[in-house]
Design a binder for this molecule. Structure first.
Ligand code: LLP
Length: 388
């Protein structure tokens, strides 16, 4: 259950839709992740792309996580939020010259480099600024993440990373570039990965390519294995916090590392998905020839994942003291002029009426950040548990 009785009373009067963030759950999640990683001396960078809401970032930074950024603005945001530059990584297939210069000036921990050409550009720009850039080579390991094809990133057909066929050339270029220094190797195979065997396969590849570089006399100080740990979208109340212990244990068991080598992670979703819900009001109920519809005041503009990836989110009515009512199967839709603006089809819910509040769960990651103003919608509103 998302809210207690007094919180329910308080939210009745709030303007909807809004993102509700449970900072108490976030802090417990962060504590568990940190404790599980610390057990093995692992370093965790939070992937800002999942959510860069200020209050969430403050909480994450305060617990000592690093930051994984994919744009110059994310690097700046991480710095403004108090993440030390020495704990910031900058990834992404298309870093612009402006973004690279900015990150170089801040002296970030490392660039996760995605092509040989990018390596050469970073070398040139670092030379111009009279600095040496710390770089890590993102290798595309061809591991199937067994997740939705839109969020699979480590297959040969994906645009990410340097293909293994190019590594010989990449190693030569790195040796020639006087203004880059290789810090480590970077891998990321996909997101919302729920089968931990995928991470086992990843470890096998990481070992293989780390050995490959070491056999050629290259020192590798950091093994960055990316992010991707999935969360339970079906049962958020049963599993509010992912099993970080089992996740990190896989890497401890299967990753071969020497004493000088650090292992880094870039977790986004697993840290913040469950602490966020989209709260919306039923504007209209209507029954067509084949369907019952609930028309909400939130749409794909606030939460795009169902429309974009057919992603499942649990939809529930904020109880308001009613239990044991009859249910109907509803198509839960938004107000946007697109047929894909649908949060769920045939969703069993108590028979609903105009004004009822609906919670769309597990929306803390890739929710607010992917929102748009399409149809000239309002800016996103937020409410935190401490305010209710
Ligand atoms: N590192 C890299 C290089 C990434 O590309 C990503 C996510 C992460 C780390 C963090 O992955 P996580 O731990 O959050 O799975 N919008 C999609 C997800 C896109 C993920 C992009 N990359 C969604 O709504 O499911």
């Amino acid at each position: 259950m998302l809210f207690n009785k007094s919180q329910e009373e308080n939210i009745k009067n709030l303007e909807t839709p809004f993102y509700y963030y449970d900072l108490t759950l976030l802090n417990s999640t962060l504590d568990q992740a940190k404790a599980a990683a610390d057990r093995y001396g692992f370093h965790v960078h939070y992937a800002l792309k999942a959510n860069f809401n200020d209050r969430l970032l403050q909480a994450i930074q305060a617990k000592g996580f690093g930051a994984d950024c994919v744009s110059g603005n994310e690097v700046q945001k991480a710095i403004d939020s108090g993440f030390p530059a020495s704990q910031i990584t900058f990834a992404g297939v298309g870093k612009s010259d402006k973004e690279i210069r900015m990150a170089l000036k801040h002296g970030i921990f490392t660039f996760n480099v995605e092509s040989i050409q990018e390596m050469e550009v970073i070398n040139e720009l670092a030379e111009e600024l009279g600095v040496v850039a710390s770089v890590s080579l993102r290798i595309n390991p061809n591991v199937d993440a067994q997740t939705h094809h839109y969020i699979t990133t480590g297959l040969d057909e994906n645009k990410f990373g340097v293909p293994t066929s190019e590594l010989e050339k990449a190693a030569t270029v790195i040796r020639k570039c006087a203004h880059v220094e290789l810090m480590g190797l970077h891998f990321h195979v996909g997101s919302q990965i729920t089968d931990l065997n995928v991470f086992k396969s990843l470890c096998v590849k990481v070992n293989e390519w780390k050995n490959w570089f070491e056999e050629r006399g290259t020192t590798i100080n950091v093994l960055n294995v990316g992010g991707g740990l999935g969360v339970d979208y079906q049962q958020p109340d049963a599993h509010p916090i992912p099993d970080f212990g089992a996740y990190f244990a896989i890497f401890d068991k299967f990753l071969e590392r020497s004493a000088h080598q650090e292992v880094h992670f870039e977790l986004g979703r697993a840290l913040i998905a469950q602490c966020g819900s989209l709260i919306s009001k039923v504007l209209y109920t209507k029954s067509g020839i084949k369907k019952h519809f609930l028309v909400l005041d939130a749409g794909m503009t606030e939460l795009m994942r169902p429309a974009l990836y057919q992603a499942y989110h649990q939809i529930e009515r904020v109880a308001m003291g009613n239990t044991g009512e009859a249910t109907l199967n509803y198509d839960v839709v938004g107000p946007i002029c697109e047929s894909s603006d649908c949060f769920g089809k045939e969703v069993p819910l108590p028979v609903s009426k105009r004004g009822d509040l609906i919670a769309i769960r597990t929306a803390g990651a890739y929710g607010e950040v992917m929102a748009s103003r399409y149809n000239l919608r309002d800016e996103i509103r937020y409410v935190y548990d401490s305010e209710l």
